[in-house]
Design a protein around this ligand. Structure first.
Ligand code: E4P
Length: 283
């Protein structure tokens, strides 16, 4: 199948899916993982089902094996590994994880939540040569803050992950947020690559390809349907427009409002899913 201008990543914590999608598409530019996807991967899900919790060390070892298998399958691609973060996790905690995870594979991007602590950790990570993927992005202000906080970084070293599907879930047009961010970044130096995430069907995937977004990540189910030539047949639901904001990319990143309810919810869910693997046997 013809390779689009947009880089295509698989959104999955299961290396078997990497193999399947590679076979169907003929290529993959990268893969994104997160704590929920790791919890859903067959081995972790089976252990949880059987009431066999991981120790913290075992769970990290498991995550390491998973990303090493993926990295081996797509050595020329990027593999995103997400730091554990809950409401109390500091930048120093995230940075320690980033250093550890980055040593697992040569082609990592380390995911940090787009919060003040996450951005502080990302700045230091970049200074140490660690590539970053700022996740749980739901607003243009968060995108502006990521741009400003990472100014001077090399293109390819910083990904920004706006979550389309979760905005759609609350009736907002996530694709429009992508358009607004693209417009805003057009006035910049291009050092941040937009990675559209949380794609649950072919319709948004096709819109993103039309917008020539830098990267998109989608689950195996969506990529396989796309590879199979399926078209977006479902009627698009009415979604509330997200207005474009006039934000200066040269402002101090700390001056932007980083708060978004969905970022908080996302952090809570990711930490809960990770902890569920550790606590599976606790009755
Ligand atoms: C990938 O980087 C994201 O974590 C993922 O796409 C989120 O998808 P979801 O909103 O379907 O959980």
């Amino acid at each position: 199948m013809k390779r689009p201008g947009t880089k295509i990543f698989l959104d999955s914590g299961d290396p078997e899916e990497t193999k399947t999608v590679l076979k169907a598409l003929g290529w993959l530019d990268g893969q994104t993982t997160n704590p929920t996807l790791i919890a859903k991967s067959p081995e972790a899900a089976a252990r949880k089902e059987q009431g066999q919790p991981f120790t913290n060390e075992e769970l990290l070892e498991f995550y390491q094996h998973v990303v090493q298998k993926i990295s081996h399958l797509i050595p020329q691609g990027s593999v995103s590994i997400e730091t554990y973060a809950d409401r109390t996790t500091t930048a120093a905690d995230m940075l320690n994880q980033a250093r550890q995870f980055n040593a697992w594979i040569p082609n990592a991007h380390i995911k940090f939540p787009t919060t003040a602590e996450g951005l502080k950790a990302a700045q230091q990570a970049l200074a140490e040569g660690i590539r970053v993927n700022m996740t749980l992005v739901f607003s243009q202000a968060q995108a502006a803050a990521v741009y400003a906080a990472t100014a001077g970084a090399k293109r390819g070293d910083v990904f920004l992950s706006p979550f389309i599907g979760r905005l759609d879930d609350i009736g907002q047009n996530g694709i429009e947020l992508i358009r607004n961010i693209q417009r805003m970044y057009f006035g910049g130096d291009g050092h941040v690559m937009v990675l559209a995430a949380s794609i649950r069907s072919i319709a948004p995937l096709q819109s993103l390809l039309g917008l020539k977004v830098d990267i998109t990540t989608a689950p195996a189910k969506v990529l396989l349907a796309w590879a199979g030539g399926k078209d977006a047949s479902a009627a698009l639901t009415q979604l509330k427009s997200i207005p474009d904001e006039a934000l200066s990319l040269n402002a101090d990143w700390q001056s932007f409002d980083l708060h978004h309810e969905l970022t908080d919810k996302g952090i809570a869910k990711f930490s809960e899913d990770w902890n569920s693997l550790l606590q599976a046997a606790v009755k």
